[in-house]
Design a protein around this ligand. Structure first.
Ligand SMILES: Cc1cc2nc3c(=O)[nH]c(=O)nc-3n(C[C@H](O)[C@H](O)[C@H](O)COP(=O)(O)OP(=O)(O)OC[C@H]3O[C@@H](n4cnc5c(N)ncnc54)[C@H](O)[C@@H]3O)c2cc1C
Length: 230
């Protein structure tokens, strides 16, 4: 199916792209990725950053600095261009009727599916607490910091906890985001989602299980990532 670039914004190395369609958009679930083909490059999975609506799909695509579809999407792609959509996938999606608080742990563009899951939770259960732990190495890695602070003002039940593992910045915790999230007092009563670089996801899931989190309330896309490293 052909999608069209509706708009984009650059946030450092990450381009936030909205895609629409002339026909009705296929319905996704929060947490899904879409297989997208940019130009002549092979299709790759990209997490959807918005909760389901009928108007657009939002993606956060990082320019990794190597020749490929992501670099094309973050440099050459223009408003009005066509992107080929090959379907949705993903091993984790939001659980709308779950009353547990949400702990969302993200690194890099792993933020995208967490935003989708948070948005779906605000709609289905507006009072459920949502804690978003978002980490990077350097301050510039927190490409959506300003937006996340705005989200905290809009949603009183939403907390954004950033952390940096290399830069020392006032008011930002220092350390790896998975380790910092493991100290949350609601860890054992929450539903937990993890997305980001594969090593960060693997380590965080492993630590959560070791702390006693039940396997059925911790969600990640490790299986898909092992095929295509994020
Ligand atoms: C479930 C899932 C969700 C994902 N969601 C997102 C997302 O939301 N946003 C996002 O930006 N990406 C996301 N990715 C990663 C994305 O799918 C691509 O794999 C990635 O962007 C690279 O694809 P590409 O087409 O640009 O490069 P490719 O065509 O895969 O590679 C082009 C060339 O660059 C080399 N190369 C590729 N990666 C690297 C690297 N890390 N270091 C050095 N050389 C490299 C390759 O060997 C090849 O020579 C996700 C991946 C998974 C599995």
């Amino acid at each position: 199916m052909d999608l069209t670039v509706l708009s984009f914004e650059n946030h450092g190395l990450v381009r936030v792209i909205r895609l629409g369609a002339k026909a009705a958009l296929p319905a996704h679930q929060a947490g899904h990725y879409a297989l997208l083909q940019f130009g002549d490059h092979p299709a790759r999975p990209y997490s959807i950053a918005n909760s389901p609506n009928h108007n657009y799909l939002e993606f956060h695509i990082k320019n990794g600095g190597h020749a490929g579809g992501s670099t094309f999407a973050t440099t050459d792609l223009k408003v009005g261009d066509t992107v080929i959509f090959h379907g949705f996938g993903g091993n984790y999606t939001s659980v709308p009727d779950c009353p547990r608080p949400l702990i969302l742990i993200a690194g890099g563009t792993g933020l995208a599916p967490m935003l989708s899951i948070a948005g779906a939770s605000f709609k289905s259960n507006p009072t459920r607490p949502v804690f978003l732990f978002y980490g990077g190495r350097h301050a510039s890695d927190l490409y959506f910091d300003a937006r996340l602070k705005e989200m905290m003002k809009l949603h009183k039940n939403f907390s954004y906890i950033p952390a940096l593992s290399e830069d020392l910045v006032d008011d930002i915790a220092c350390g790896t985001i998975g380790d910092i999230a493991m100290g949350h007092p609601d860890l054992l009563s929450a539903r937990i989602y993890v997305a980001g670089p594969v090593d960060m996801v693997r380590t965080t899931v492993h630590h959560a299980l070791a702390k006693g989190v039940a396997p059925d309330v911790i969600h990640s896309d490790l299986a898909a990532m092992d095929k295509t490293q994020k």
